[in-house]
Design a protein around this ligand. Structure first.
Ligand code: NDP
Length: 311
């Protein structure tokens, strides 16, 4: 593919709530942003069902529909939204350089990184089959749909522990499936989980299959790793909380990353270790991970980019 060189004032990499919010603000500030949507246009919200906690949608909205609206709003002010992937960046000098898989090389005055994080999944066929039909990667997003029901959560870290206690407030019972006999979560979280009466620990157990029918999930088959025995839990929802990984592969060695490979930002800002490069949304946040917090930091990134370009 022949190389096409272009210049852009502001390049946005990623198209979740952070990227689109950055685009809306940058476009309205006349930065004429160019956005590469990345591997999963619309980001993680496109694999959830109903979003009920984003202000402005009193009746709720599906994740994919919401992201279409974000896109429309970003385009309305002149964002160039491109369905491609940025494969390489050079942030060592200005203008910054980014290469995309459409053969274009963009020279940008400022870059906003909004590539998000990807939830880790178990890799079971049945997990994929029931995704959004009872299998979820986010208790805060989807827990509400299982009020009064029995659910399972897989994982033994802080995320799983936090989500289990959140679900326990809404659900009749929560089975917490962990592959070992000891939680990885912090002592305080362990204490909370083990003292919540409607959380039942399912120790030493590996998830084998998500069970279900045309109505969605009906159960979870787990195998005891010591005895090899399988057991079927009757649950209507399965939450997978075995960690996330930030999508920062192309930024390694270019901006400072933390020990978990999230982009490091200066506290209270979206400024990365490189002046003129900003990071917003889940790629720099493993704590809140909400569409609304991602959107908030997207707005911050665009304002900071505008000030940088104008300075
Ligand atoms: P972690 O990597 O800490 O935990 C992942 C859990 O999933 C582990 O218990 C692991 O088991 C289990 N697991 C991984 N892969 C599989 C698999 N294929 N099948 C079954 N189980 C699996 O991820 P978290 O998202 O929980 O936390 C990430 C970081 O964020 C941590 O540093 C955590 O402390 C932090 N965090 C802090 C919070 C807070 O302070 N409030 C809230 C949430 C996260 P095993 O233990 O056997 O490896």
């Amino acid at each position: 593919m022949s190389e096409i060189k272009e210049t852009a004032r502001c390049l946005i990499i990623g198209s979740g709530p952070a990227g689109y919010t950055a685009a809306i603000y940058a476009a309205r500030a006349d930065l004429k942003p160019v956005m590469y949507q990345g591997m999963q246009p619309g980001g993680q919200l496109t694999i959830t069902t109903e979003v009920e906690n984003f202000p402005g949608y009193p009746k709720g909205i599906t994740g994919p529909e919401m992201m279409e609206e974000f896109k429309e709003q970003a385009e309305r002010f002149g964002t160039q939204v491109r369905g491609g992937v940025v494969t390489e960046v050079d942030l060592s000098k200005r203008p910054f350089m980014a290469k995309a898989d459409d053969g274009k090389t963009i020279l940008a005055e400022a870059i906003i990184i909004a590539t998000g994080a990807s939830a880790k999944w178990l890799g079971l066929e049945s997990e994929k089959k029931f995704m959004g039909m009872g299998v979820s990667g986010c208790a805060t997003c989807d827990g509400f749909f299982y009020r009064g029901q029995e659910v399972a959560i897989v994982g033994g870290g802080d995320t799983a522990a936090e989500e289990a206690t959140y679900l326990a407030k809404l659900c009749k019972k929560v089975f917490m499936i962990h592959r070992r006999s000891e939680l990885r979560a912090s002592k305080a979280m362990q204490h909370k989980v083990l003292n919540t009466p409607n959380i039942e620990m399912v120790w030493d157990s590996a998830p084998e299959e998500v069970l279900g029918d045309e109505s969605g999930v009906t159960g979870m088959r787990v195998r005891n790793v010591n005895t090899g025995e399988s057991r079927d839990l009757v649950v209507m929802g399965v939450f997978v909380a075995i960690g996330h990984k930030p999508n920062t592969g192309i930024f390694e060695g270019q901006v400072e990353l933390d020990e978990m490979s999230y982009v490091k930002t200066k506290p209270g800002t979206t400024q990365t270790s490189v002046e003129g490069v900003y990071a917003c949304g889940d790629v720099q946040d493993h704590h809140y991970r909400q569409a609304i917090t991602a959107a908030g930091t997207g707005c911050m990134a665009a304002i900071e980019a505008e000030r940088f370009i104008g300075s």
